[in-house]
Design a protein around this ligand. Structure first.
Ligand code: ATP
Ligand code: MG
Length: 607
């Protein structure tokens, strides 16, 4: 293992706990003493970190841009954009706010009213950020769509959400929207971001430049109630048909607090969240949280490429980096050596979300960057980070960390009468639940009231994920409730089995499913993709089976292993175990709207 950086972590022998020395960390972490901060925390008091609208109320865009544009950060770079071709554009808080106001005003000119839905369909170009914050300023409900969606998922989402406005590019409009336009009667306006300066806007569309250039930016954010709807985000579709989670402006308080504690944002940070705003991470942390904190937010238009990413980290002097296991696994394929030669001395804090982060992934951070990746857990429904590994807290690789101050998390077991029992004993598996009422809790599933209601039992929101909690209050992910395997009376979490397989030097990725078996109920079957330099063989299969057996014991180890070029995943980079299972068993494949079409490793995409 590479030498650890001076103020970084020390690996304790045996049990791989990464010990932090909080007193030596610079700058001083915002969350220095977890217990004390948690004990003293209240959401009301945290509200002091936000400004609120002049007449009261809370609007996400006001907190993210307008207030900074009127204060000492006006001239500071808010967005630093790096285009696919290497071109750069910087927008200060004042410039961003001016564009945002101009767009908000343009919506008004078009007759778009507060509460109407504005859909966004484009790559990570500056206009995406302006449109999102502009629509929020105008109190419209924003729904960002991933730009690689085909016509069908676009039509379903805009139809479900009764979209009034779509902001997209001429190319995406022609290829994905034109043919479905007539099936979307709610869609009154299509605004085309015409960067190449196309001659004529297609019928029924209006050009961004027409609305924008030379237009006035005189606009002030109307009174906004914290309970006013702000965002409509569709889930990743990992377990089934995507759900539309609805979020309110008051969620910005969670974005603020998580930016402070879970991402440890400081005034001079250069922050990079690699997620696309088409997924909730790319909105909550690729747009809102960094801007609320007034830091410089790096936006990279290009898709994942390890070498490009390393050079961006170095050249832009990124200090805080938020990425995902799918990207980390891709980097691991190339090994820590690929990072050598880049000056990453500015990098202070690295975090990951979206899927379980195997201990191997955490340790790869230490080996390659001299820092662990800090895993954190949340969902589209929670609107922001709920459980995290914090800058000043010891990391136990494989654990998601501890609940955010202000969040009460528990392991519960559902009872036959519909109530839940909180499990107090450590390391007992159950469903992960959160005490309801945090600011960014979703307020509904679009058009699915019953489904929403079923997510709650008494005071608890039930997440659908299984986990356990240790004596120190660290949470450990077991698997999604749908993916857990029942074998000979054992409940087997896929994460544990996959993590053990990942320890084998040949394994780049692993996914396990339960395969029906007449005797034991289900047997564990693993699908494995190999690292470069390894190829499938009977010998390797036997070796992997033996390795897993040794690590996990015969009851939990996979009985079958199949080799795959790559594993099916969502466009946000999550392995779709349900699809592996459906294919294995010859069952219907279900909703594939978020499936990455070519099933290649997510090398070409962002998480
Ligand atoms: P769908 O709900 O449509 O099936 P999804 O659950 O993947 O899709 P998201 O809301 O994007 O949609 O993802 C949240 C889920 O991702 C969590 O419920 C959890 O299963 C998984 N997840 C996120 N972060 C972590 C993490 N750090 N460790 C383990 N699992 C995680
Ligand atoms: Mg989900």
């Amino acid at each position: 293992m590479a030498a650890l950086r001076d103020d970084a972590v020390t690996v304790l022998g045996g049990w791989p706990r990464l010990r932090k020395e909080p007193a030596t960390l610079a700058p001083r972490p915002n969350l220095l003493d977890y217990e004390a901060t948690r004990a003293a925390f209240s959401w009301e008091a945290a509200r002091a970190g936000l400004s609120g609208l002049p007449g009261g109320g809370l609007n996400i865009a006001h907190e993210a841009v307008h207030r900074h544009a009127e204060g000492p950060r006006a001239g500071k770079v808010a967005l630093r954009w790096i285009g696919k071709d290497g071109s750069r554009r910087e927008l200060t808080y004042a410039a961003l706010a001016s564009d945002v106001r101009r767009f908000a005003r343009a919506l008004g000119t078009l007759g778009v009213r507060p509460g109407e839905r504005v859909f966004l369909l484009m790559g990570r170009i500056p206009e995406l950020y302006v449109a999102m914050l502009g629509a929020l300023s105008a109190k419209c409900v924003v729904s960002p769509l991933f730009s690689a969606f085909g016509p069908e998922p676009i039509a379903t989402r805009i139809g479900m959400g009764q979209g009034a406005v779509l902001v997209t590019t001429p190319e995406l409009y022609r290829r994905r929207v034109e043919a479905i336009r007539s099936s979307l009667p709610s869609l009154r306006h299509v605004i085309l971001v015409d960067r190449g300066g196309e001659a004529e806007a297609p019928a029924g569309t209006v050009r961004w430049a027409e609305l924008f250039d030379g237009a006035s930016d005189a606009f002030s954010v109307p009174a906004t109630d914290p309970e006013d709807l702000a965002l409509l985000h569709f889930t990743s579709g990992t377990t089934g048909r995507p759900k539309g989670a609805m979020h309110v402006h008051g969620a910005v308080l969670t974005h603020y607090v998580t930016g402070l504690y879970a991402l440890d944002l400081h005034e001079d940070d250069i922050f990079w969240c690699t997620a696309d705003p088409g997924w909730v991470t790319g909105t909550s942390y690729g747009v809102i949280a960094p801007l609320v904190h007034g830091v410089t937010n790096l936006v990279v238009e290009a898709e994942f490429d390890a070498q490009t990413w390393y050079s961006i980290l170095a050249a832009e002097k990124v200090t805080v980096w938020y990425t995902a296991p799918t990207a980390i696994r891709m980097m691991m394929r190339l090994g820590a050596e690929a990072v050598r030669g880049y000056d990453l001395s500015h990098l202070r804090f690295m975090a990951s979300v979206g899927e379980p982060l195997n201990p191997e992934g955490v340790m790869f951070g230490v080996e390659a960057f001299g820092r662990p990746f800090h895993d954190n857990w949340w969902q589209t429904e929670t609107g922001g980070i709920m459980i995290a590994n914090y800058a000043a807290m010891d990391v136990k690789p494989g654990s998601m960390g501890r609940p955010l101050p202000g969040i009460e998390a528990a392991i519960v077991q559902r009872q036959p009468d519909g109530t839940v029992r909180v499990v107090d004993e450590p390391m007992v598996e159950g469903e992960l639940a959160l005490k309801k009422g945090w600011p960014s809790m979703f307020r509904g599933y679009l058009g699915e009231e019953e489904r929403y209601r079923k997510c709650f039992a008494g005071d608890w929101y039930l997440t659908g994920d299984l986990a356990k909690k240790d004596e120190e209050g660290y949470f450990w992910f077991v698997g999604r409730a749908d993916d857990v395997i029942k074998s000979a009376g054992h409940l087997i979490g896929p994460f544990e089995v996959e993590s053990a397989l990942m320890e084998h030097p040949a394994v780049a990725e692993a996914a396990v499913i339960g395969k029906p078996d007449p005797i034991v109920g289900e047997v564990v079957k693993a699908f494995v993709a190999l690292k470069p330099g390894f190829s499938p063989s009977e010998e390797l299969r036997r070796d992997l089976l033996g390795h897993a057996r040794k690590r996990l014991g015969p009851a939990v180890a996979p009985k079958e292993i199949d080799f795959r070029e790559s594993l099916p995943r969502t466009r946000s980079g999550k392995i779709m175990r349900r699809l592996l299972k459906a294919r294995e068993l010859g069952l219907p494949e279900g909703d594939l709207s978020t499936l990455e079409s070519d099933e290649r490793p997510a090398a070409e995409r962002s998480p």
